[in-house]
Write a protein that binds this ligand. Structure first.
Ligand code: SF4
Ligand code: SF4
Length: 434
């Protein structure tokens, strides 16, 4: 694609990066067919190619963002299905991240929209605030229908509908510090406990520690580590996102330079995609660029890491049919396609793929709150595809997808690592009824 940025415009790192990415696009349109929002709406402006054109025009004009492009960028799930399809290697993720930051810096959204986005950014990345908000949401749940009657307040209704009925208290394995293995030490990793995992399903982190410990891996949950920053990053709130990124880099580098780390383990693929991008996000920060690169190079999804170390110790065949839902951040963001399924099969489960598996379930960070109608359509479509496989269990490697899918089905939706833990003799996941 030809671009026409002036030499002055190209002085800006944002425009330089956008120019490099835009020039790779040959407007073939292959990406449109696999874009969930294009599949639903059939509108070129809600396709990757259409968004790329709109971003190009916005940046070339050198002006602030308007309501039109904001609407079409807000409807993008950042699922990155377009990047998997694109034959020219267009880095849509970095392009849309820059466009969102530009929208945030230059466009004044309606008041309620601004307030909601601010509240989400001030609450969700902080486990204690998030826990309080969930408790309040349980009390306010009867009001969900009222909010749904006003289009500007629909995100509030969606938030209440998604809040879980009960919240489990974290156990000792969720605590900050070192979790040693009883076996001969064969490695040392840090575990990102995450803001959503640690509040919504701490059992995921605890299963992760148990599985790693069983193979002799020492697990550290470092003090000072927090949200990966992806929530604010996807809202275009770069300052808040980068503060969180730097805090995590500091926490992990203290371990790297202390007792050492073989890997940084992530068990929520949405966070994994972001942490693997820290090197890019901090590339212009002289004090952090190298450290962030080291962090990204050490980062592994837990299934990716367990595949590398060849996990064993499974008991008998499980005789259960597990439909594996591959999160977009897993298959498109991190290109991890086989490791989780291979692990489940090794653990003795019968593993089945989801038809149309490349399409997003509608979770996408806070998309199911901010764009609840489109998200609901995608959820219904995904669950209908999953139902065709007659699963006894649905497995996924991302808490956002787990919450989204569980809100529309009675089939237990369980994190891959909890199933692996169970197959090794760990506790039966609470969602599986006797
Ligand atoms: S598939 Fe790639 S090159 Fe083709 S239009 Fe989409 S982004 Fe551009
Ligand atoms: S990230 Fe997903 S929703 Fe956004 S343009 Fe690409 S395929 Fe479409």
């Amino acid at each position: 694609m030809q671009t026409s940025f002036s030499p002055e415009q190209l002085q800006s790192p944002r425009i330089q990066l956008a120019d490099d990415i835009l020039r790779n696009c040959v407007h073939c349109g292959f990406c449109t067919a696999t874009c969930p929002t294009y599949v639903l709406k059939g509108d070129e402006l809600d396709s990757p190619r259409g968004r790329i054109y709109q971003i190009k025009e916005m940046f070339e004009a050198g002006k602030g963002a308007g309501p039109q492009i904001t609407k079409h960028l807000d409807r993008c799930l950042s699922c990155l299905s377009c990047m998997t399809t694109c034959p020219s290697g267009v880095h849509y993720m970095h392009l849309v991240d820059e466009a969102r930051a530009h929208v945030q810096e230059t466009h004044k959204r309606p008041l309620i929209d601004r307030l909601l986005r601010t509240v989400l950014a001030l609450v969700l990345p902080y486990p204690s605030r998030f826990t309080l908000a969930l408790k309040a949401a349980r009390l306010a749940r009867p009001l969900a229908g009222v909010f749904n009657n006003f289009s500007a307040l629909k995100p509030m209704g969606a938030m209440l509908a998604l809040a879980p009925g009960k919240i489990d208290k974290p156990g000792p394995l969720s605590k900050t510090g070192v979790h040693k293995s009883d076996k001969t030490k064969s490695g040392r990793v840090a575990l990102l406990t995450g803001c959503a995992n640690s509040v919504l399903e701490p059992s995921i982190n605890e299963a992760s520690v148990r599985v790693l410990n069983r193979t002799g891996i020492e697990v550290v949950i470092p003090a000072g580590m927090g949200c990966c920053g992806s929530l604010e990053h996807h809202l275009g709130m770069e300052h808040g996102a980068l503060e969180k990124v730097k805090a995590n880099v500091d926490a992990w580098m203290a371990e790297v330079n202390g007792d050492g780390l073989d890997a940084i383990i992530i068990n929520a693929s949405g966070c994994g995609t972001t942490v693997k991008d820290y090197g890019h996000m901090l590339r212009l920060d002289a004090a952090y660029a190298d450290k962030a690169k080291t962090v990204s190079s050490l980062t592994r999804d837990i299934t990716e890491y367990l595949e590398e170390i060849e996990l064993d110790g499974f008991s008998d065949k499980q005789n259960m049919r597990v439909t594996y839902h591959s999160a977009c951040s897993m298959q498109h963001g991190q290109k991890i396609k086989t490791a989780p399924k291979a692990l489940l099969a090794k653990a003795g489960f019968e593993v089945v793929d989801v038809p149309e598996g490349h399409l997003c379930c509608g979770s996408a960070g806070v998309y199911n709150i901010m764009q609840s109608e489109l998200a609901d359509q995608l959820k219904t479509r995904k669950l209908a595809n999953i139902a065709k496989t007659s699963p006894q269990i649905i497995a996924a490697g991302n808490i956002g997808c787990i919450t989204q899918l569980a809100s529309g089905t009675d089939v237990p939706v369980i994190h891959t690592i909890e199933l692996v833990d169970w197959a090794q003799g760990g506790p039966k996941p609470g969602k599986i009824h006797p």
